[in-house]
Design a protein around this ligand. Structure first.
Ligand code: PLP
Length: 380
């Protein structure tokens, strides 16, 4: 019988180490492995760019959490994203959601465009507008749901249906939802990418990434590029992500519980113009979020009243919330997307998306929620 999520998070890939019986997966800090005879490798290990046992454990673990067959670990989310994109050939076309993670936008626009890949960024929350954008050379549809920082929800099933009818691969960045709240492979997505830097590791102490798929051919292709181009994580970072994942389920439950209370608090506050959280009935895609996710996550965005001055003085006053980029750690973080995380977007794109000077994004941590609300109340 297939074990349930929480059990797999702790055990899959992490069987006791056979030589010593170590219960916790060791950090195999080695670059090479002895061979018994030329070409005869123990357990398939030869050189650590290709394979490392700590990394293998993490890859099996993440694959299992996503209900996927194959996982690959990367040294950053961007490394995972770039390696998947390197499957394409010059002249190929990618359709991406318009509020894709700003680092993804940057690598598409500033690096892969130079290598003659084509990109269109469109609002994928309206699936019917997608078909008109598909061209003969469209190879990938790139999704992010919920998106960053505006937490737009894309109807994953509708998009993958359109993609399949047109023989196009779908890739989703599942960093915000995590597999605890959303399993895109079960909705027809071909490839899931992650920044494990965020919730999966969950302790804000490493940079990492991952790719999961059910398709052996895609896995082999991505693995080949990873090994050939060399984008691999070190064993210590893999160990830390594995350790973080063991508590993913209970962390996500608390992130969401705290976020819901804070979203409701902010929605009633007179200094707040608008709150965006997929778990609020006021979210335009609340019903869709409820249907395709099993929870709403820990990220809230909101618009403060009073322009940049109000944003600044609020963000200077918070004490428990740290004013910092990133998200998904146990500690609460808060930031100003227009000035901090979304600077790589051109001004007109920011305006079109609604990333204004009044927009604030918070990653709600797992501290006592009353302390977090007190901090916000005092600072607003
Ligand atoms: C952080 C992030 C990335 C990039 O990951 P790194 O680990 O910083 O390279 C990609 N997508 C999303 C949604 C992210 O939040």
């Amino acid at each position: 019988m297939k074990q349930r999520f929480e059990t797999r998070a702790i055990h899959t890939g992490c069987e006791p180490e056979p030589v010593t019986g170590a219960v916790v997966t060791p950090i195999f800090q080695t670059s090479t492995f002895v061979q018994e005879s030329p070409g005869k490798k123990k357990e398939g290990y030869a050189y650590a760019r290709t394979h490392n046992p700590t990394r293998t454990a993490l890859e099996k673990n993440i694959a299992s959490l996503e209900d996927g067959n194959y996982g690959l670990a990367f040294p950053s989310g961007m490394a995972a994203i770039s390696t998947v994109t390197q499957m394409l050939n010059a002249g190929d076309h990618v359709i991406s959601c318009d509020d894709v993670y700003s680092g993804t936008f940057r690598v598409f626009e500033k690096v892969f465009k130079r290598q003659n890949l084509e990109f269109d960024f469109i609002d994928l929350t309206k699936p019917h507008s997608l078909e008109k954008q598909i061209k003969d050379n469209t190879k990938i549809i790139w999704l992010e749901s919920p998106s960053n920082p505006l937490l737009k929800i894309t109807d994953i099933k509708s998009i993958t249906n359109i993609a399949k009818n047109n023989n196009i691969l779908t890739v989703i960045d599942n960093t915000f939802a995590t597999p605890f709240f959303q399993k895109p492979l079960n909705l027809g997505v071909d490839i899931v990418v992650h920044s494990t830097t965020k919730y999966l590791n969950g302790h804000s102490d490493i940079i990492g990434g991952a790719v999961v798929t059910n398709d052996r051919e895609l896995y082999d292709k991505i693995r080949f590029i990873q090994n050939a181009a060399g984008s691999v994580p070190g064993p210590f970072d893999c160990f830390l992500v594995l350790r973080g994942i063991k508590t993913l389920a209970i962390r996500m439950e608390r992130h969401q519980e705290n976020a819901m209370k804070i979203a409701q608090f902010l929605e009633k506050h007179t200094k707040v113009r608008k709150v965006i959280y997929p778990g609020l009935k006021s979210h335009p895609q609340y019903e869709l979020a409820k249907r395709q996710m099993s929870g709403f996550g820990g990220i809230i965005s909101f618009f403060i009243k009073g322009g940049l001055d109000a944003s600044r003085s609020f963000l200077e006053r918070v004490e428990i919330f740290s004013l910092a980029e990133s998200l998904g750690g146990v500690e609460s973080l808060i930031e100003h997307p227009a000035i901090m995380t979304h600077t790589s977007l051109p001004k007109e794109v920011k305006e079109k998306l609604g990333i204004s000077d009044e927009l604030i994004r918070m990653s709600v941590g797992i501290e006592n929620v009353d302390d977090l609300i007190d901090d916000l109340e005092k600072s607003l």
